[in-house]
Design a protein around this ligand. Structure first.
Ligand code: F2R
Ligand code: MG
Ligand code: MG
Length: 329
């Protein structure tokens, strides 16, 4: 029983620190031409920024809220965004305006259409969703609902909402995979197709492509991944790319991050999402300690993030742990 508990705790830390690492690392290459990125790939770890961006900033706020509320409460998450989001960390315009409106006292369910009338399909709701994927990994129906609810604060466009669902469920499914065994890629794609059934056609088409590549056992080169799935800030491009890379490269965390950054485009977010999924599979023990030690470590830095992941796990354990472990045994 204790061995099982430790594995899950390690996976929670792996996902949060994996997101942090991918984001900080990837932000050094954001918008850079893929040719130049490939040139910088040699001597990679010396060239990355220690500072994280909006992806990690919002992830920490979502984790804090789940710990305080014992689950996803959009009202409380919005309160944490209002308190903690540091808008100097490279935020998208739709999210900046939503956070400023929250700070001005506008209600949480009235801020999502300020910039985009039809809602945002940016990847902002997906990039911050890892704490939700971790906390509801034992209940995929509940996970889908919770991912959607947290998205609705800022991203009410179906493509933005379902991008968050796909990323959260990828993390939830990775938590349930044996960290020491073979990664069951086909099973993960089949489960994702079932969960996303009824969502926007863009995600089902992308999952069909991922399924085809995984079945063929062929690893696409970075240009082909970018061409097949996309590498922009739109959730329906970057989430499938991140999912394909995580499934293809896990359990090798470093290769997965390198592959994500090689796509170019929205490198911080794609690498952050890949880092969260692979981190949820391999746990903190599968992450490069020398990369983690280089990350920023101020009041909300990597030590804080690690502690928060531990508290998120303890909250999950208190509420769901005993039931889940009894059901499994
Ligand atoms: N914003 C960035 N990077 C820009 C450069 C940052 C620079 N390095 C710096 O330091 O300042 N990165 C972050 O933004 C992405 C997440 O964005 P989010 O939170 O979804 O914001 P937003 O504004 O809602 O959507 C992003 C863009 O998507 C397009 N878009 C979305 N919905 C749309 C709609 N309905 N119609 C038309 N366009 C829509 C817009 O271009 C939005 O600006 C992450 O990459 C994060 O790292
Ligand atoms: Mg960012
Ligand atoms: Mg980004």
């Amino acid at each position: 029983m204790m061995i099982g508990k430790k594995i899950f705790q390690d996976k929670f830390r792996g996902a949060i620190l994996g997101c942090f690492l991918g984001d900080a690392y990837g932000s050094s290459f954001e918008g850079m031409n893929p040719e130049r990125i490939r040139f910088h790939m040699t001597d990679f770890s010396k060239k990355f920024r220690r500072r994280y961006t909006d992806d990690t900033d919002m992830t920490l706020a979502v984790a804090e809220s789940i710990i305080q509320s014992g689950g996803v409460s959009p009202e409380d998450i919005a309160k944490q965004f209002s308190l903690h989001c540091d808008l100097t960390r490279g935020y998208g315009i739709g999210t900046i305006k939503a956070v400023l409106a929250l700070r001005a006292g506008i209600k949480w369910d009235e801020v999502a259409r300020i910039v985009f009338e039809n809602g945002s399909f940016g990847n902002g709701a997906a990039m911050r969703v890892s704490p939700v994927g971790l906390f509801y990994h034992h209940d995929l129906g509940g996970l889908r609902r919770a991912a959607m609810e947290q998205a609705n604060i800022t991203h009410v466009h179906p493509l933005g909402q379902w991008g968050a669902v796909m990323q959260a469920c990828s993390i939830g499914l990775a938590v349930s995979q044996n960290p020491n065994g073979v990664f069951k890629k086909e099973q993960m794609v089949a489960d994702l197709k079932e969960i996303l059934w009824g969502g926007p056609i863009e995600y089902m088409k992308a999952l069909n492509k991922i399924e085809e590549r995984v079945t063929q056992g062929k690893i696409l080169r970075s240009q082909e991944v970018a061409r097949s799935f996309g590498n922009g800030v739109e959730a329906h491009f970057s989430v499938p790319s991140a999912c394909y890379i995580a499934i293809t490269y896990s359990p090798d965390f470093c290769d997965a991050i390198r592959a994500a950054i090689s796509l170019g485009g929205d490198t911080d977010t794609i690498a952050g999402m890949v880092g969260a999924i692979v981190g949820a599979h391999v746990g903190e023990k599968g992450l490069p300690i020398e990369w983690i030690e280089q990350l920023e470590d101020g009041s909300r830095g990597h030590s804080f993030a690690r502690g928060l992941a531990g508290r998120l796990f303890e909250t999950w354990w208190k509420i769901h742990g005993a039931t889940c472990f009894t059901a499994m045994s």
